[in-house]
Ligand binder design. Structure first.
Ligand SMILES: Cc1cc2nc3c(=O)[nH]c(=O)nc-3n(C[C@H](O)[C@H](O)[C@H](O)COP(=O)(O)OP(=O)(O)OC[C@H]3O[C@@H](n4cnc5c(N)ncnc54)[C@H](O)[C@@H]3O)c2cc1C
Length: 380
């Protein structure tokens, strides 16, 4: 009997398998999709320093390999109705503070690291049933295989079957406001790469717009106004993109999506027998703003493997749920700021924009608030 099975080979499951292997646990990784399946879009493009450190600890040199594929932007700018209210440059520091690249590239590097470590994996076979007892877990797959294991790290994503079968509810809310994401292909020069946040962009009818460069292109995130149809905004991207991204005269869209802010949390991060550990989107759904989704999922994955090794599942469930709760709270604060539904909030933002030329802290606040409060203390 294997000590641990990891269900789901997204970034969280792959990390959990590597972390378990690094602790001598001999994991088996089970994934529903075929190994060759290609996932669309840039998705989680921002890899935090803490995540790179996790990678280096569980697989020698992995953080460096991710950095080598990524892009680091050193300047961030915030504008209000086309006027700059804040600019900050990190300068060239020795340690890479983060890196920006498509999630698929990170997944590919994680898969290679799993292969190099000799981790057993089964692809293209969905885990259909999970049965947890005080002594272990039995997994049955669509193709008829049975896996008896001591513990399962459930990294099977937002619609987690394992979470549902364990009877654990996913609680929380989804915003009514839509956000539009468009990926635009571009070979960005790293020394010219800047992240730019626009409040009330005049070229898109006064909507908020976030531009994030990553290796291979731009991520353009537009906040719909009340009554907007996100899909229509995507269909009209050829009209507003040149005004938002003048540096790309002939924009080629490689992916687009319409999403809503999710703030959802599993009621518990483990089952009644402390045998199933929820991790990543199986445990919490967070919006892209703040880059908390994948990064916090990777912290879950590493903590879950350690908990299986140390027999401290209860503690895992408590600590990682508290971290997720803090992330949900931060996402809520970010959404409230972005929506600025109350007149007082709108006035405060306008006042900060007006004061910013004379009082830099006002511009700094406008720059930071769309991401919600920083919660580094809980390790994402
Ligand atoms: C439009 C968009 C933009 C995003 N932007 C960001 C961002 O900027 N920053 C950020 O941090 N995050 C972002 N995210 C979120 C990020 O993509 C997710 O946090 C991340 O993919 C979650 O990883 P995961 O491994 O938990 O789940 P997933 O990536 O969903 O992986 C789950 C895996 O489990 C497999 N699976 C499911 N059920 C079973 C089963 N029964 N048996 C076996 N396998 C199963 C699936 O096939 C899948 O491979 C974004 C997501 C979207 C959609």
């Amino acid at each position: 009997m294997s000590a641990v099975a990891v269900v789901g080979a997204g970034p969280v499951g792959l990390t959990a398998a590597l972390a378990a292997h690094s602790l001598g646990l001999d994991p088996v990784l089970l994934e529903a999709q075929p190994r060759t399946a290609v996932r669309p879009g840039s998705r989680a493009i921002f890899v935090h320093r803490a995540t790179l450190d996790h990678f280096d600890r569980i697989s020698r040199g992995l953080g460096d390999r991710v950095c080598a594929q990524g892009l680091v932007w050193r300047t961030k700018r915030t504008l209000w109705a086309g006027r700059q209210v804040h600019v900050h440059s990190y300068g060239a520091t020795a340690a890479v503070p983060f890196t920006s690249l498509p999630q698929t590239v990170v997944e590919d590097l994680l898969r290679r690291a799993c292969d190099a470590a000799g981790i057993r994996s089964v692809w293209g076979d969905l885990v259909r049933d999970v049965e947890s007892t005080p002594d272990g877990v039995r997994l049955r797959t669509e193709c008829g295989a049975t896996h008896d294991v001591g513990h399962v790290i459930a990294a099977d994503g937002a619609r987690s079957r394992l979470r549902t079968q364990a009877g654990i509810a996913l609680e929380g809310s989804t915003s009514t406001t839509e956000f539009v994401v468009v990926d635009v292909a571009d070979s960005i020069r790293p020394d010219l790469a800047e992240r730019v946040f626009h409040y009330r962009h005049p070229g898109v009818g006064g909507r908020n717009v976030l531009l994030v460069p990553f290796r291979g292109g731009w991520r353009v995130d537009v906040q719909c106004l009340h009554g907007d149809d996100g899909r229509q905004l995507v269909a009209q991207a050829h009209l507003w993109l040149p005004r938002v991204l003048p540096e790309v005269p002939d924009p080629r869209i490689t992916w687009s999506s319409v999403y809503r802010f999710q703030q959802r949390l599993a009621a518990r991060f483990t089952d009644a027998h402390r045998r199933i550990l929820l991790a990543g989107e199986a445990a919490h759904l967070l919006p892209p703003f703040g880059a908390r989704g994948m990064n916090s999922g990777i912290s879950d994955a590493v903590a879950a493997a350690r908990a299986v090794r140390a027999g401290s599942v209860e503690q895992y469930a408590r600590v990682r749920r508290a971290a997720a709760e803090a992330n949900v709270h931060a996402a809520g604060a970010a959404l409230e700021h972005l929506l600025a539904a109350r007149r007082g909030q709108r006035w405060l933002q306008w006042a900060a924009a007006t004061a910013s030329p004379l009082w830099s802290r006002a511009g700094h606040w406008l720059d930071a608030a769309p991401y919600g409060p920083r919660i580094r203390a809980v390790g994402y």
